[in-house]
Design a protein. Sequence first.
Length: 256
Amino acid sequence: MNISGNTVFIPGATSGIGLALALALQERGNTVIVGGRRTALLERIAAEHPGIDTAQIDTADAASIEAAAARVLARHPRLNVLITMAGIMRVEDWHRPESFLADAEQVLTTNVLGPIRLIGAFIGHLQTRPDATIVTVSSGLAFTPLRATPSYNASKAAIHMLSESIRLQLADTSVSVVELVPPAVRTSLLPGHENSDAAMPLDEFVGEVVGLLEREPEATEIQVERVKFLRYGEARGDYDQVVAALNATDPHATHR
């Protein structure tokens, strides 16, 4: 993925990693459209950051995705990058179904069906662009499980394998597939973790991501150094120790 000269749509970018990445990409000469559910937040972002366009979208709603895609493409026919940023995380207790089932269904709808539906809404258009990119967002927890968030872990493992698979299928097109693999980052993905000592500062994370995109435009996975402890535990042969360390240090650390 080239770091500049793109038209980029980022659903789920009204806060956290999504918004910080949107602003960083705008600074590097990209046209950026931020998507989100709450119109008040979108209006504030547009007012505070001239040049950023916005689109109302609920990525848990298939009809909302289709409608938003039509509006975005009508306004931005040169769109060539889709970043499927939207995601939720829930702490679950799997001892009793009433303690986890509703949350698990919401997590999988947003984190797995959401990106699938988004890609489905844009893939036809992206194949018409000479240089297009789909950026998926998995997590270090796709590779090392956090005890407190089973469905989130599973959703991000699904996104990893989805990314690997559609990259193979789309190899005969102009569309590349890049997987962003965050570690724990200081966002509001779970309450109270904006200042977690176990999480990476947001500006530090986005700065490293942009640097990797600049240096490695052909990369298929964007991994900051901090996520490699989780990403490669099995390959290194210390997976059990990595699982134990993750769950001992911060049982509710957020990884997106």
